[in-house]
Design a protein around this ligand. Structure first.
Ligand SMILES: Cc1cc2nc3c(=O)[nH]c(=O)nc-3n(C[C@H](O)[C@H](O)[C@H](O)COP(=O)(O)OP(=O)(O)OC[C@H]3O[C@@H](n4cnc5c(N)ncnc54)[C@H](O)[C@@H]3O)c2cc1C
Length: 454
């Protein structure tokens, strides 16, 4: 892949440290939200997509369970109610409605882009179910749905000549003047230099904050950089302390990232057991309820895990439905078809984020936020399983539409940037991390004490 994202317009600054460039749109992040936004923007526009790490190292790639959809109109009310109940009725109902209404169209687009969902014996789609869903409405590709979707979107992005992809390129800052965004300052890790990229519109699609936690299912480099910049620049944040802890990650010591044991394992009949081999919770309750039950049970048992059992499921069925989970568990010494596995809660998802409307617009002009970075109110206080891929896609597409519609009216502006303050990047990153943790603590000391302070 070409790492050189400079166009003919680029201007070296003379001493080799600063290079400025110009794009119609810069999209920060190459997970499903960033990729789908790029595909939804007119191919006549010049787009730069950057990723802090390898292009494929996004949480989107890790999604196992699946993606919710409205499988028939009659399910609308129940889908809405399940989402609101899981979100403790703190959701913005209008946003939830937009998400559900658009879901069949999103599935059609995914299929057009080449995504394959598992089918049943009769050739129809096979729907699965996860915690707090009152029916089967989740499409999946084995237990690697995120990989399937992300790969196919990426293939399509690579075919678009208007989109330039750059990996190991980190957004350090946003260029904001008079409450309007004019571009980004980036560290090009391949060429080890700072660059200024001016743009008419900027889309933040940097995912969540898992990298800030000692125990998380997220990639370590997903550290909520957009939120730190929001705090630095007074961009409105919402519910940044609404952080989901997933009840079941595989208990392993000394691992960088906790391996998720998808909720669909419980959806397909997996049970949770205490140290005496007894069930202690209804496994299909919302995530936060199951997490709290596990946390209490671990205290009672005096162990950092509880057990999860799926032994009753025939081995060929386990292999068909959960090949990736089966393989990983076997690699670390557990045969899911014969033995129980130790599981423990881990940080998993951020419901809050940069405050955005249903088109991804933020409190700053020409700055959009989509995917896990955005808080458009869909998830309320707690996300319903498998709603996040869907939410990412629906609102990224809408951001793409509005950018295409409005960009003709925008003139590029190039306020000057002082690069001196980014010279000590380690310090800049430490400050970013501290800004977010302090904000979580300020908003919810109880959550901070339970999950951040270790
Ligand atoms: C293990 C796991 C399993 C999951 N399973 C499911 C599931 O079954 N169903 C479901 O709906 N959801 C699931 N989720 C949640 C879902 O995958 C994510 O919420 C969603 O994919 C987020 O997509 P995104 O595009 O917003 O962010 P991500 O996919 O996280 O992408 C973020 C991108 O931003 C880049 N980035 C970050 N900071 C910077 C920076 N400063 N500069 C440049 N680039 C930056 C990263 O490199 C990356 O490319 C799961 C999540 C995990 C971790």
């Amino acid at each position: 892949m070409s790492q050189d994202f400079l166009t003919d317009n680029s201007i070296p600054d003379g001493n080799g440290t600063m290079i400025a460039d110009y794009y119609d749109v810069v999209i920060v992040g190459t997970g499903v939200a960033g990729l789908f936004a790029a595909l939804s923007i007119s191919p006549d526009l010049n787009i730069l997509m950057i990723s802090k790490d390898k292009i494929k190292n996004s949480d989107s790639y890790l999604a196992q369970g699946g993606i919710c959809t409205l499988k028939e109109p009659a399910d609308f009310d129940s889908f809405l109610e399940d989402t609101l109940r899981a979100g403790r009725y703190e959701n913005k109902e209008d946003s939830v409605r937009v998400m559900i209404e658009n879901s069949p169209m999103i599935m059609d687009r995914l299929i057009e882009y080449g995504v394959q969902f598992d089918k049943d014996k009769d050739g129809g789609f096979e729907y699965t179910r996860e915690g707090a869903h009152s029916t089967y409405r989740i499409l999946h590709h084995k237990d690697v749905t995120g990989k399937e979707i992300t790969n196919k979107l990426l293939n399509n992005v690579r075919e678009r000549s208007n989109i330039t992809l750059c990996e190991f390129t980190k957004m350090l800052d946003l260029i904001i003047k008079d409450n309007t965004c004019h571009g980004v300052v980036v560290m090009d890790g391949m060429n080890e230099c700072l660059k200024v990229v001016y743009a008419k519109e900027v889309v933040l699609a940097t995912g969540g904050i898992g990298g800030l936690f000692a125990h998380s299912t997220n990639f370590k480099h997903i550290t909520g950089d957009s939120f730190a910049l929001a705090l630095r620049h007074n961009i409105k944040l919402e519910n940044i302390n609404y952080i989901q802890i997933h009840p079941t990650s595989l208990y392993e010591v000394n691992v960088n990232r906790k391996f998720l044991i998808s909720e669909s394992v419980r959806g397909e009949g997996g049970i949770l057991l205490n140290k005496d081999g007894e069930r202690f919770v209804d496994e299909l309750l919302p995530r936060d309820v199951v997490t709290e039950a596990i946390r209490k049970q671990m205290e009672i048992d005096g162990r950092p895990y509880v057990m999860l059992s799926i032994k009753h499921m025939p081995k060929d069925e386990i292999l068909r439905r959960f090949p990736n989970i089966y393989r990983h568990c076997l690699e670390v010494g557990y045969d899911l078809s014969k033995e129980d596995i130790p599981v423990t809660p881990a940080q998993h998802y951020l419901m809050g984020g940069v405050k955005a409307d249903t088109y991804g617009r933020t409190s700053v002009d020409r700055l959009f936020a989509v995917g896990e970075t955005a808080c458009n109110g869909v998830h309320g206080a707690n996300r319903l399983a498998s709603n996040s891929l869907l939410e990412s896609l629906v609102f990224a597409e809408r951001a793409g539409w509005i950018i295409t519609e409005e960009i003709g009216l925008v003139e590029i502006e190039t306020p000057s940037v002082d690069l001196e303050k980014y010279k000590d990047i380690e310090r800049w990153d430490d400050e970013n991390r501290q800004l977010i943790i302090d904000e979580i603590k300020r908003r919810d000391i109880e959550f901070y004490d339970k999950w951040c302070n270790n």
